[in-house]
Ligand binder design. Structure first.
Ligand code: ATP
Ligand code: MG
Length: 267
């Protein structure tokens, strides 16, 4: 028999505020913070702020949707989560294929539908849909994708919330062209490109923010890097820095520079 004590026990131990749970989850996608390594990042964040304001204040657009697109490891997921947290909206939800692992197509569609219906109940909501291509089960060999999920997304991305409610959708993708072919790009009010880091200056920005090299090493790296061209995503760079940290003091800088040449094509 279920009695009041059971209810109170569940209330204290199992029922968590919707926002609270999500905030922790959102933080987990920004595990290394957001480093302002260059103009590209500042631009994305500014556009994000602008769209948050548009969602709150706009009278003609209760539905605002943005797509953050960029190469692998460029920091798309972290930026999407960061912008969502900046909004401070009472309903925040993060959709990713990760949490729908093993779901059938139908189950995925139902889950998406539920998330959007819940969002429509709150006056201000923000939904992050991470890695659209993975949710769509896109595979370049074939090529294959789930048409059911595609159609569900198209409908959900277009449906404005009920009167008086506002919804901000932040999606991310690596395959902008595929979304274009699938006709999904038209669903977004704005596409924002995030690029990889392309100059030694970008790298130096990150190195100055992160504790890894000592002052002498930093000065040396500055001389080596300041006029270099390269191509690397923030996630890959953080990985190289982490490896360098584990190396012996004597070989650390040389190793890091060697890795930059190899992974980032530094010239
Ligand atoms: P994937 O292509 O695998 O989906 P991604 O582009 O989504 O990768 P993230 O998973 O967002 O990349 O990884 C970015 C990592 O870099 C996070 O740990 C984040 O905290 C950190 N980071 C530091 N500075 C920035 C920044 N300016 N922008 C984005 N991420 C940053
Ligand atoms: Mg990602």
């Amino acid at each position: 028999k279920v009695c009041r004590a059971d209810f109170m026990h569940a209330y204290e131990n199992d029922v968590k505020p919707a926002f609270g749970i999500s905030k922790e989850e959102f933080d987990s996608y920004i595990s290394n913070g957001i480093i302002l390594w260059g103009q590209s990042v500042t631009d994305v964040l500014e556009e994000g702020q602008l769209r948050i304001r548009q969602t709150i204040k706009g009278e003609m657009t209760p539905l605002v949707s943005i797509l953050i697109e960029g190469p692998p490891n460029s920091g798309k997921t972290a930026l999407a989560a960061h912008i969502a947290l900046l909004s401070k909206f009472p309903y925040l939800k993060f959709c990713t294929a990760q949490t729908m692992l093993g779901f059938s197509e139908l189950a995925k569609c139902q889950q998406l539908k539920k998330i959007f219906e819940d969002a429509h109940k709150s006056s201000l909501s923000c939904i992050v849909v991470d890695e659209l291509e993975t949710l769509l089960e896109y595979a370049p060999v074939g090529p294959r994708y789930s048409n059911n999920v595609l159609q569900t997304m198209k409908l959900l991305f277009k449906r404005p919330p009920p009167k008086g409610r506002k919804l901000l959708i932040i999606a991310t993708t690596t395959y902008r062209d595929i979304l274009d072919q699938l006709g999904l790009l038209a669903s977004f009010s704005k596409q924002i490109h995030i690029s990889n880091m392309s100059s030694g200056q970008h790298i130096l920005h990150v190195l100055n923010e992160i504790e890894c090299f000592n002052n002498d090493e930093l000065r040396y790296l500055e001389k080596k890097l300041f006029d270099k061209k390269l191509f690397i995503g923030i996630k890959s760079l953080l990985d190289l820095i982490e490896v360098a940290r584990q190396a012996d003091d004597s070989s650390r800088v040389a190793r890091f520079l060697g890795q930059l040449e190899e992974v980032a094509g530094m010239i």
